[in-house]
Ligand binder design. Structure first.
Ligand SMILES: Cc1cc2nc3c(=O)[nH]c(=O)nc-3n(C[C@H](O)[C@H](O)[C@H](O)COP(=O)(O)O)c2cc1C
Length: 710
């Protein structure tokens, strides 16, 4: 069968005629939607390139049958939690892990896998790697090299070339295997000659000599390169974001094909049922904040707050180590500004009626399930859409067509182009710009409401670790957070706070209590109605105290990472009171912050645990306090861990102890992992590789547990 050649149509779009219908099965497992949207993108491209892709979520196992599947299978899976599969992939992963499956169970299967992850987490792409390894063990064969995309640096760096190379590989795989003419092993060898491996720097990323590009070419418009758009702000403040500079301004651009529109919106002037609560399928509880305390001093760089929720009216059973979701709305001021900017402010009370466009070219088009039918426009932006998300390149591409000023249009084309990738990262992705930032800067851009519904993801609840034990505080649930601040930068001249932490901080400010050591106005008890928040519980499968009291534990929780350990220690104190005869293992806590006097969170409570023997070793360090020159003190928790290497090694390697880490994934958790490997190497006198294996073994045994965030 001859593969049709590429035709350059009049609009200079590279298109393929649709005579060849090579079928493949496309399965995704996604927690927050990125894997799903990549799968949908592949599906749409497939359609345009003349393939047939049957797309399903891994959880829809009644819709596909891998045991009988003869077409190539493409998996797109992300990783969540501490290296865990997304919820929708859990049962699939469990199924393929069954020990009873024969080693040739999937011998008939040919697959490609794109794993999404983030190198800030220690178990990079663990779910994808697990599926890959297991499918191989069960006899399945790759028809295309696995891609590991890193959200920490930009998924598109791997995803774009991986998708580009996929088409040739799918075509060859379907040709060879669907007809049953080729023996799989032989075919694999043949195929591998042409496979591009996105993991290998010198690989042919096009997957062969066919360079399929779903891109439009845009010639430079030299006279526009430095033209000023009309908006004052755009010219003055947003220079790098909005203005084109050579060499990009002089390049011919490859820009993505316009994503096909699929939603039709009508705003109906009936008064919709007003509802000021999140729309969620899980059990969500509306609970009062019974106490709010600022934990840090005024002069600390970060402001940490502790909130106590009164859950006594609800059935919320939690254990220390569990976390829970706070369902927060978007900022009212931002929603108002957005509606104003879109010319929709006067319709904010209208009911939003959505339907799929009858003429859409998008094949897997769905009305987003997180938008309740007939909600108001205001509700849609307040509770349903993540308006702070960083617009993806496909979104920028769509915005191009809604922008009237030629210079702004060109700049948006640059930012979504292949050639402008570095500028996209530098001016959009890294500063974390959102739609409103773009609309402030690109003043002639006027997207329709339908486009925003198509591109803005679901507003996600924010997850926090419980910082209390219900044995210690019956009917109460505590949590701790730093107020996230996004300072002014060149691309965003207006500072802002995190969606959830900013909202919580504003809400509790009338009742906020100051730290005990700092004099300040106390809230007038009884005069203010307690603020309320919407929460749902997320139980943890493993991040709990060991069932056996005697097992020693090491906890590492700098900054707000100390939160779950406060819950652990409260629980442990109760266990000790109730089991006076029992022997309890050692409890170590490594805590760190910048300044002892400004942000030593829970200092009094930790000292209380030390005094009553619940906490046997409290090791603290302060990274910005002056150190004694003669006796330098440890700066960070990992340094302190090194200072106690022998005891740490002893607890973990000889006493079967547990090692818990909570806090920032990007810096702390990585450094700590390195420190642990070094300690194990030193204590056991083994090479680094061997030490790494031992540390990996601790993870597998669930004795090295993490609750980390990036
Ligand atoms: C709470 C959370 C936990 C994560 N844990 C991991 C992890 O353990 N390993 C990893 O490689 N990536 C991890 N990631 C990164 C995601 O896999 C990555 O952002 C991916 O693009 C998300 O795709 P999705 O939206 O389809 O779920 C985590 C992300 C979040 C938000």
């Amino acid at each position: 069968m001859l593969f049709p050649s590429i035709i350059l149509d009049e609009e200079r779009t590279l298109v393929m005629p649709c005579e060849v219908k090579n079928r493949f099965l496309l399965l995704y497992g996604s927690q927050r939607g990125q894997a799903k949207s990549i799968a949908e993108e592949i599906h749409d491209q497939a359609e345009r390139l003349g393939f047939v892709a049957d797309i399903y979520c891994l959880s829809q196992n009644e819709r596909y049958n891998l045991e009988k599947e003869t077409a190539p299978v493409v998996f797109i899976v992300s990783t969540t939690g501490d290296g865990e599969p997304p919820d929708a992939a859990l049962s699939f992963v469990k199924g393929i892990k069954k020990k009873t499956l024969a080693s040739d169970h999937f011998e008939h299967m040919h697959y490609a896998l794109l794993a999404l992850g983030d190198t800030n987490y220690p178990n990079f792409c663990n779910c994808g790697k697990t599926i890959d390894r297991r499918l191989q063990e069960l006899g399945a064969k790759h028809f295309y090299a696995t891609g590991h995309a890193d959200d920490g640096v930009g998924l598109e760096i791997v995803v774009d070339p991986w998708i580009e190379g996929l088409w040739e590989a799918v075509r060859k795989a379907s040709e060879m295997f669907a007809s049953g003419q080729e023996k799989p092993d032989r075919a694999k060898t043949d195929l591998n000659k042409n496979l591009g491996n996105p993991d290998e720097p010198n690989a042919d990323k096009s997957g062969g000599n066919l360079n399929v590009q779903l891109l439009t070419l845009c010639d430079p418009v030299p006279e526009l390169s430095n033209a000023e758009p009309k908006g004052e702000q755009a010219g003055a403040v947003y220079t790098f974001l909005t203005r084109s500079f050579p060499p990009l301004s002089e390049s011919t651009l490859n820009i993505p094909t316009l994503p096909p529109p699929f939603i039709e919106v009508r705003l109906v002037d009936t008064s919709p049922q007003e509802n000021n609560a999140p729309f969620s399928k899980e059990a969500v509880f509306h609970v009062p904040v019974s106490r709010a305390v600022r934990l840090t001093r005024e002069d600390a760089v970060k402001t940490a707050l502790s909130l106590e929720l009164d859950i006594s009216e609800h059935q919320i059973d939690y254990q220390p180590g569990d976390s829970f979701d706070v369902h927060c709305p978007n900022s009212g001021a931002e929603v108002d500004e957005l509606l104003q900017r879109l010319g929709l402010a006067h319709q904010k009370a209208c009911s939003v009626q959505l339907q799929l466009r009858a003429d859409t070219k998008k094949k897997v088009a769905q009305i987003p399930s997180y938008i309740p039918e007939g909600c108001s426009l205001q509700y849609l932006f307040t509770w349903c859409l993540e308006i702070r998300s960083v617009p993806k390149k496909a979104f920028l591409r769509s915005l191009v067509d809604c922008t009237s000023h030629p210079a702004e249009k060109r700049r948006l084309q640059e930012l979504c182009s292949k050639q402008g990738s570095a500028e996209y990262n530098c001016f959009v992705r890294d500063p974390g710009l959102c739609l409103l930032d773009l609309l402030r800067a690109f003043t002639s851009c006027m997207p329709p409401l339908s486009l925003l519904i198509e591109h803005l993801p679901k507003l996600q609840p924010r997850s926090y670790s419980a910082a209390s034990s219900s044995l210690y505080h019956p009917g109460k649930l505590h949590f701790v957070f730093n107020i996230v601040e996004f300072p002014v930068c060149a691309e965003r001249p207006i500072p802002r706070r995190g969606v959830c932490t900013g909202w919580l901080a504003d809400m509790v400010s009338p009742v906020l209590q100051m730290p005990a050591r700092v004099p300040g106005p106390e809230p007038k008890a009884g005069l203010v109605t307690p603020p309320k928040v919407f929460v749902s519980l997320r139980t943890s499968s493993a991040f709990h105290l060991p069932a056996d009291f005697n097992v020693p534990i090491i906890m590492v929780g700098p900054g707000t990472g100390v939160a779950p350990f406060i819950g652990f220690l409260q629980y442990r104190e109760k266990q000790r009171q109730e089991n006076k005869e029992a022997a309890f293992g050692e409890t170590w806590l490594f805590f760190g912050c910048r300044h002892k006097d400004r942000e030593f969170l829970f200092r009094e409570q930790l000292e209380h645990f030390v005094a009553n023997g619940t906490l046997t070793h409290l090791k603290v360090c302060f990274s910005r306090d002056a150190s004694d020159e003669e006796e330098p003190r440890p700066k960070y928790v990992q340094h302190n861990l090194h200072l106690h290497a022998q005891q740490v090694g002893n607890i973990l390697l000889k006493q079967n102890g547990y090692f818990y880490v909570c806090g920032d994934a990007k810096n702390m958790a990585k450094d700590l992992n390195e420190a642990l490997i070094e300690i194990v190497g030193k204590e056991l006198q083994v090479e680094k590789l061997e030490a790494m294996k031992i540390v990996a073994g601790l993870r597998e045994e669930k004795r090295y547990l993490q609750d980390i965030w990036s």
